[in-house]
Ligand binder design. Structure first.
Ligand code: PMV
Length: 336
């Protein structure tokens, strides 16, 4: 019996991936901040066997995760052809509360892909580029998970201005003004419930969406403009693109057929408060949204104290149980 363990972070997209085709090929390029605190730790115990898998979440046997893991191993067979001839015990835990409404698929799938890569290495199978292959495999479990492999930022999907960018794996992106290397992401937990519509269903609704072609084109342009703002440290442009991307993502949901909405009334309260505060104080504070009701408040580290006081006095009241999580840009996974 042998074991390997990795801790892999979550990430928050600045230009959003929404829409895919074939096997997890993104309809448009995306780029994200890799996070530091929100992470999954996975320990994989393996031995020769017959493909038995047991999975534990926080020490408790969790068979409900099995179909997702089996689906991932099936899809990633080209990378891990040995899985049917081994038994695996997967011990996983998240640094963030299970019921926080924060998706664990990006961090979870990237941590598992890394563990499988370590097994592959241990078996002496050929590996060209460990992290690139891990990102490619993680993509097959969770598209956005492909970006968790690299910090401080990661870009996934072919884009004319990013050398080496690919639809099959993410690449590290560090060509940024230093202000972005320590950007803060305070996650306001507006709603902790399960999402009413999964990302998988949401991506699917981009097929035949009346605005899809324009949206995919816009994402390329937004990514170009965002890259310039990242390089130049142009916070105004950065904020305008990031906020527009968040609202566009939710706009796509609201204009799908069937249509749906993941924002809650308190999400809108928070966005309006952020706009009013920024207008009044001129502080560089912006928001983005995931596929859910929670709000990610983004700002430079230099403004941490003042923005946390703003959050405590004006935004916290819109969070479930007054709760939020403090995170910041991170450097990617670590082997334990
Ligand atoms: O990786 P998935 O299939 O859970 O999709 C993620 C989609 C968004 O989080 C909404 C955007 C993104 O690029 O992360």
């Amino acid at each position: 019996m042998k074991e390997t363990a990795w801790k892999s972070p979550s990430n928050i997209a600045l230009v959003k991936y929404w829409g895919k085709y074939d096997v997890q090929i993104p309809a448009n390029p995306s780029i994200s901040f890799t996070l530091s605190e929100a992470a999954t730790t996975t320990r994989l115990i393996y031995k020769q066997g017959t493909g038995n898998i047991t999975i534990y979440l926080d020490g408790e046997k969790t068979p409900s995760f099995l179909p997702k893991i089996q689906g991932f191993l099936e899809r990633s067979k080209e990378f891990f052809p040995f899985t049917g001839k081994m038994d695996f015990e997967i011990h996983t835990s998240n640094s963030f509360p299970h019921s926080s409404g924060i998706a664990s698929s990006a961090s979870g799938m990237s941590a598992l892909a890394l563990c499988m890569m370590s097994v592959k290495k241990d078996l002496g199978l050929p590996i060209n580029n460990f992290m690139e292959e891990a990102s490619n495999a993680a993509r097959l479990g969770s598209g956005s998970g492909s970006r968790s492999l690299f910090g401080p930022l990661a870009a996934w999907g072919e884009h004319a201005e990013i050398d080496g960018s690919s639809n099959e794996f993410a690449v590290a992106f560090s060509d940024v003004d230093p202000i972005f290397n320590s950007f803060q992401d305070t996650i306001l937990l507006v709603d902790k419930g399960e999402k009413t519509v999964s990302s998988t269903v949401g991506h699917g609704l981009m097929n035949g969406h009346p605005y899809a072609a324009t949206r995919f084109e816009q994402a390329h342009k937004n990514q170009s403009a965002l890259l310039t703002s990242l390089l130049e440290g142009d916070l105004d442009t950065f904020g305008a693109i990031v906020e527009s991307e968040a609202l566009t993502l939710h706009g796509m949901m609201m204009t799908s057929m069937p249509y749906f909405m993941l924002m809650k009334p308190n999400t809108l309260e928070v966005l309006n408060k952020i706009w009013a505060y920024r207008e009044e104080t001129k502080h560089p504070v912006y928001f983005t949204l995931d596929a859910g009701a929670n709000v990610h408040v983004l700002y430079p580290k230099s403004h941490k104290d003042v923005i946390i006081s703003f959050i405590d006095s004006e935004l916290r009241t819109f969070c479930k149980d007054d709760s939020y999580l403090c995170d910041e840009v991170g450097q990617g996974p670590v082997q334990l």
